[in-house]
Design a protein around this ligand. Structure first.
Ligand code: AP5
Length: 209
């Protein structure tokens, strides 16, 4: 199955893509995670994009499309994948449509006040990538990953100023994709303001599981 998880920052794309990946056994391709890996390992790409990401602005379409094409060319993505955080602009969506057909574009909708609360309380494991929230999905031991005990960290772009900018960038550049995918007959809307289990059930309904 070929899926896109669309939605504003903090809607739960990474959380729900992680669960769906386990259900379908297909790769979860997160452009944000791929960029953060490059930053953490200080590759030339990582050094070039760090400031852009910390401020909550978008990396260029040229760089992002090349990264995704390269990832989707790997054999594990031949028959299915979940794209999380891509596409984020109309040119990215057009580029994707030229290389892959899609089954569903799942739009996770959530009101802005919840998004801010979710992002500013997010904590993430740097080793396995598992996502927690200090209030809504707390780890069993405060500040430690349930899976490997690693110290949880706060993303640089989850500071309030960057969060506000990310929501504006979403409204300007990414929200138009909702209409674009609706016009292409691929859009499925899921209410992501509910508790995580309820959101996941709604996603399973959409994909027929
Ligand atoms: P990216 O990593 O994609 O960030 P984002 O889209 O801003 O999305 P987030 O990861 O912040 O949120 P999410 O929707 O995945 O929510 P999550 O599941 O973590 O991109 C980061 C940056 O990379 C961009 O700003 C840009 O610079 C660059 N970039 C990436 N892709 C790009 C592209 N295509 N083009 C150009 N640049 C690109 O959940 C958030 C919190 O809420 C967590 O704490 C979680 O535990 C909690 N939570 C989740 N679901 C629920 C729920 N149902 N109820 C309560 N809490 C919940």
């Amino acid at each position: 199955m070929k899926l896109i998880f669309l939605g504003p920052p903090g809607a739960g794309k990474g959380t729900m893509a992680g669960r769906t990946k386990d259900l379908l056994d297909i790769p979860h391709v997160s452009t944000g995670a791929l960029f953060r890996e490059n930053i953490a390992t200080q590759t030339p790409l990582g050094l070039a994009i760090k400031e852009t990401m910390d401020q909550g602005n978008l990396v260029t379409d040229e760089i992002t499309v090349a990264l995704v094409k390269n990832r989707l060319d790997r054999p594990d993505a031949a028959t299915g994948f979940i794209l999380d955080g891509f596409p984020r602009t109309i040119p990215q969506a057009v580029a994707l449509s030229e290389i892959r057909e899609l089954d569903h574009v799942i739009n996770l909708s959530c009101p802005p006040e919840k998004l801010v609360q979710r992002l500013t309380g997010r904590r993430q494991c740097q080793v396995c990538g598992r996502i927690f929230h200090i209030k809504f999905m707390p780890p069993k031991v405060d500040g430690k990953c349930d899976d490997d005990g690693t110290e949880l960290s706060i993303r640089d772009d989850d500071k309030l100023e960057a969060v506000k900018n990310r929501l504006k960038v979403y409204a300007d550049s990414t929200r138009p994709l909702v209409t674009w995918y609706k016009d292409h007959g691929l859009l499925r809307i899921v209410d992501a303001s509910k508790a995580p289990d309820g959101v996941f059930e709604a996603i399973k309904d959409v994909i027929g599981y």
